[in-house]
Design a protein around this ligand. Sequence first.
Ligand code: AMP
Length: 249
Amino acid sequence: MKILVAVKRCVDANVKVGVKRDNTGVDMANVKMSMNPFDEIAVEEAVRLKEAGVATEVIAVSAGVAQCQETLRTALAIGADRAVLIESNEVLQPLAVAKLLRALVEREQPSLVMLGKQAIDDDSNQTGQMLAALARLPQATFASKVVIAEGRATVSREVDGGAETLSLTLPAVVTTDLRLNEPRYVTLPSIMKAKKKPLDVMTPEALGVDVAPRLETLKVSEPPKRAAGVKVADAKALVVKLTTEARVL
Ligand code: AMP
């Protein structure tokens, strides 16, 4: 069983980004980039399925600039067998990525496609759902447990007020939530080994996909600054403030 895992190169989760002066977007000059944390969880899960003898091959795919190769090397160091970069200098919106992934699904015919539930840069939470619709595959989003057996995936997902369990026929699309697993620490030997694993580069044109942006960003602005707090003299004054001034925002 083949698993295709989509990994996005994003601003590192520990970087505090700022908005550009002209409000056209986030200032990305010289910021540290890393694999989207939800995608690390997806790669870890796929590799665990391989280690458990359920999967036979794990393929990592990233769409974007040439530097996405670094993200793919990280996926290979976690344990993916090979990688595919769909190279493009365009801003790739979720619909474009979903179309690219659909084209790759047609070529590779994986039994399972794993993605993060959302990318921490655009917070779109769209690509997995769009891919499932375009490829006409069943989907389970926000997975906190995945069990593969007898041609089906049983996926637990946290929903408001409890847990839901879905049973999907394979092939299927699954997007990962934080609770699914804790990705392993990547060791130096596995980083060295990853350098020798195959990494193919292709273009959106070769896959027959038009990736031109369909959405226009009108404005990006900082969130409003929080007003300074006040110190109260004692508990009595606090109770007075809470009863007369406090309100739900
Ligand atoms: P989003 O819909 O943008 O929040 O992204 C959801 C998931 O889609 C991510 O966690 C990735 O698994 C995948 N994805 C989004 N953009 C890309 C990309 N450029 N390359 C590879 N995977 C991507």
